[in-house]
Design a protein around this ligand. Sequence first.
Ligand SMILES: *Cc1c(COP(=O)(O)O)cnc(C)c1O
Length: 338
Amino acid sequence: MRHIDLRSDTVTKPTPAMREAMAAAEVGDDVYGEDPTVNELEELTASMLACEAGLFAPSGTQTNLLALLSHCQRGDEYIVGQLAHTYKYEGGGAAVLGSIQPQPLDFEQDGTLDLERVAAAVKPDDFHFAKTKLLCLENTQGGLALPLDYLARARACADRYGLKLHLDGARIFNAAIKCAVEVSEISRHFDTVSVCLSKGLGAPIGSVLCGDRQTIARARRWRKMLGGGMRQAGIIAAAGIFALQHQYRRLQQDHEHARLLADGLSEITECSVDYHAAQTNMVFLTIPRQAVGELQSSMAEQGILLAGGQRIRLVTHLDIDKQDITRLVSSFRDFFSS
Ligand SMILES: *Cc1c(COP(=O)(O)O)cnc(C)c1O
């Protein structure tokens, strides 16, 4: 039975061609700066993002943390979305390891942070308060690509208040495809950008933090301290290079599959599809409370893996094709009609 795993775009397996590139990678000791393939990946990512330098790390959680630690000191504060990965899903790393205080704000409907509310959250220079140093955005946020003109306004807002600007761009490539621009049109507004190679791009491991040389040098020191300095990491960096070169433009297909999925599921009365959110590779749908659990287990019996809950996130990716979408929609239809 062919499995259909829609829980996340992190579940993809390396393709034979990617494995070949990994096997053939030239390697060296990256802590000495001597792994040519890691160096190539860092330069390639930085140049795509129009940044001076890049830094390869094992995960996006680590690249986000490296950015926070590089921009903020103990007792500083960052403004961040209440549901942002950097705040909610990274184990409180910035607080635990950096003594950096978060100032969370609710995301708006479109995945942005309201800049007037950001401005109001910036603390005055007064010893009662933490020092507000950084604004963090996320793109895509819950499958939504942030509007390009918003990014320019966020940059202006950060400049007005002397804040640095970081982007959790785990899915920045999906955002670029959605906005039909080069990825640098998004990254150019930010001081640092974290990108994931292990999401829709389909590499097994790895993230890259990009920014100016000085900030990346500070991040490199933090990476060593966090135990993220790897040795012959060219083997995994090769997968990242392959992903950027061969599996970036195909994200368009994932977006088309998500749209197909949204269209198919919205014809089922019991499925309430959030059309507004179905912009990139994610579809959110709400099912009746009594179907929670039962739907998940019935689908699992058919080899279809779904996240639990009443509001379900379905994520399309490299290992999902058009037939899988058709099969999933008909399985859902059968489930709700029985
Ligand atoms: C996946 C993800 C990350 C990083 O996750 P890792 O699993 O640590 O690589 C960061 N931000 C967002 C929005 C993500 O989806």
